[in-house]
Design a protein around this ligand. Structure first.
Ligand code: AN0
Ligand code: CP
Length: 333
């Protein structure tokens, strides 16, 4: 009896947030998100006298603003640090003779930053230098290990779980059938982008009650740990047939079927750009994208401006996902 109680208590503890598996239970998290959306100031007391530090190694518009808003709704103080603007240039490799332009080591910077806050958010994209470093989340895991504080991901090397949670919240709000067909489609882009968004989207869709299909040109196979049992369809038209949601995103080569091409652009095939003809193959699907999006590369003006585009409510739900996660982390402290 006693042991059982302890186990239940333990299962509610959320010390880190880096993937869907850190949420206690997805259906409970979704219910909590709906409550948070209805009553954003209902938990203002939780963050009183607590400081949230948001550390950005990369650019951001949505994550930067929505996470600050979420933390403030919970009564927290927020500090934002753009590491590459105004802080010392950081060395991240151990054992390096630091005689170059990097003045400080991450191994001091992390515990120092942790002195000034109660909870830390980190954005650190894939570097594409070494697949193993990226896929073992070398940077984020150092924050978890050396900060001694609760840490959450604001897009790390392989996952963007605040985005994917917001995406699932949005799908729940807009779905017209109990089990909608959701299609993740690759689309062309001029620069090499990480796999974090599609990986986390797959992670969440595989745990949700949806019919999930992934479509992309050959060579763009996502890591099996994210694809799991999902259907992969190389024919984009077949994948789109009967879809209720189209989720477009570019990603670079994940290096699964071609390890030497990790992080590279394998195709710029514009026939994959989501246009009105693509959308006509669907069941009047809603169009989604995490943003920022390159118009007329990923999606045409007509599609993103159409009444079926839900990219703005999707971005609005970034506050809800961040606030739900921060609330659960504060309750675990
Ligand atoms: C980033 C990416 O694809 O991971 C961030 C998306 C939220 N996108 C760009 O760098 C354009
Ligand atoms: N979707 C998203 O995370 O956007 P930002 O890169 O602007 O934060």
């Amino acid at each position: 009896m006693f042991k059982h109680k302890i186990e239940i208590q333990k299962s509610k503890i959320m010390r880190t947030y880096q993937s869907v598996f850190d949420l206690p239970k997805l259906d409970e998290a979704l219910k909590m998100a709906a409550e948070v959306k209805k009553n954003p100031f209902g938990w203002e007391h939780l963050g009183k006298h607590k400081t949230c530090l948001l550390i950005f190694f990369n650019n951001s518009l949505r994550t930067r603003l929505s996470t600050q808003k979420a933390a403030r709704n919970l009564g927290m103080d927020v500090i934002v640090l753009d590491v590459n603007q105004g802080a010392w240039k950081l060395e991240t490799e151990r054992g390096v003779v630091m005689d170059g332009d990097k003045s400080e080591h991450l191994l001091e910077a992390i515990p120092v930053m942790a002195q000034y806050c109660d909870i830390l958010g980190v954005r650190s994209f894939a570097r594409f230098e070494n697949r193993e470093d990226d896929y073992t989340e070398k940077i984020l895991n150092q924050f978890i290990k050396y900060s001694g504080k609760p840490v959450f991901s604001m897009e790390a090397a392989t996952c963007h779980p605040l985005q994917a949670f917001a995406d699932l919240i949005t799908i729940e709000e807009y779905k017209k059938v109990k089990r909608p067909k959701v299609v993740l489609t690759w689309a062309p882009h001029p620069r090499s982008l990480p796999q974090a968004v599609p990986n986390s989207f797959a992670d969440f869709m595989n745990e949700a009650d949806v019919d999930f299909v992934i479509t992309h040109p050959e060579g763009y196979e996502l890591d099996p740990k994210f694809v799991r049992g999902a259907r992969v369809e190389y024919d984009q038209k077949k994948a789109f047939e009967g879809a209720d949601f189209i989720y477009a995103k570019n990603w670079s080569c994940p290096g699964v079927t071609c390890p030497d091409k990790y992080g590279q652009i394998l195709s710029k095939d514009m026939s994959w750009t989501v246009d009105t003809e693509h959308m006509s193959w669907t069941n009047q699907a809603k169009f989604m994208h995490c943003l920022p999006v390159r118009r007329n590369m990923i999606v045409t003006d007509d599609v993103i401006e159409s009444p079926d585009s839900i990219v703005i409510p999707e971005a609005a739900n970034r506050v809800v996902s961040a606030q739900t996660v921060l609330k659960m982390m504060l309750e675990s402290m």
